[in-house]
Design a protein. Sequence first.
Length: 466
Amino acid sequence: MKIFNTLTRKKEEFIPIKPGEVNMYVCGPTVYNYFHIGNGRTFIVFDTVRRYMEYRGYKVNFVQNFTDIDDKMIKKANEEGITVKELGDKFIDEYYKDADALNIERATANPRATEFIDEIIQFVKDLIDKGYAYEVNGDVYFETKKFGQYGKLSGQNLEDLQAGVRIDVDERKKDPMDFAIWKNQKPGEPAWESPWGMGRPGWHIECSCMAYKLLGETIDIHAGGYDLIFPHHENEIAQSECRTGKPFAKYWMHSAFLNINNQKMSKSLNNFFTARDILKKYDSDVIRLFMLSGHYRTQLNFSEELLESTKAGLERLYNAIGNLENLLDEVKEEKIKENEKDYIKKIDEYRDKYIEKMDDDFNTADAIAVIFDMVRDINTNIDADSSKELIKHSLDLIRELGGPLGILQNSVKENLDEEIEKLIEQRQQARKEKNWALADKIRDELKDRGIVLEDTPQGVRWKKVN
Ligand code: AMP
Ligand code: ZN
């Protein structure tokens, strides 16, 4: 398996530190609001990376943090008249609701920064003791020039970076590129006791600390959106490597932006849709198929038209699933027939192609094209003369290849059953209320869909006629 490593700017063979296991840390949301569909892209991309690695047999320890203390959190909590803790609790709950609805698997751990304050303080202390950080009036700064490799992730050197910054008015810093790892309490801010007085952690230090605590000194994969390369991940590397003297992460992965009108979707530009709003109109299969239809390192433009055409494409896939499910019910022949054996081999080749694409730095765009090709092939070659075994094999294969992408797991038949049961119930209720017009309307609607109802002493039965 090959992964494009931001650190080396090359596609590299993935070799885990411990055979068979992957330790992965993804920077998660700041929990002051509902997340938008741009954040959603990043979460879906790395959920897919994780699922695919599991599909390939790795045990994946997947950590994604919640940033629950920072300027944005404090500002929003003040606006709402609640505590930062209450704000965090609320939007962590809301995060899970939306992430679950997007079929994002729960992480192995979702640490919150405020639950690691003691460990963060210890981390800061260690950096001071080792001479990499200094305190000024209750603030602690990391001294970038002490880390000779500063800039290695973003491909910049310290001199260029220094030349690029505006003259810093903050005279407490020794160098404009130094960054706060502990912040002195300002009036009205939540704070924790520390050797430097009351204060709170900086943003970068939380990820260094929690990755270390939960996954160890050197992790396999560290990931996040493209905007985190600098300064967030650059700073994480500086802190972690100065503290341990070891490489922080072997592979750095960054996903490209979801844009809207060719501009990054973001809260600050106010050009965003929340995941929740989009989920009202489209289910997770549509959203995920759309997000994964481009390579994760390529920017993707969001529009409703694109979602609509993705939905139409997805319907083709689900029609095939529905047909296979119906055939399974109808067909009598159980065992695979002699002349079908070659065909099984042929469709299994789609799996090989799919793996080849996904192994190549998670090329979901091409992997999806393979699924569409396979489904077209199955549509033209499987019918009522096929054996149950072949039909089942095809259905399982579609589901298998959809699995790592988090799509195609629904049953058309079960959904239909549920929907029809619901309509029948509504009709019964209408009849009870002597609302004959509505009852007839529901019966006609079902009839249009080829469903006929039969009133029996045991209740209403339905069957599908073609
Ligand atoms: P935030 O809550 O802003 O810290 O972002 C959470 C995650 O979403 C980070 O990994 C960001 O890089 C990522 N992200 C933010 N905006 C976008 C976007 N428009 N497209 C893709 N990822 C994004
Ligand atoms: Zn982070």
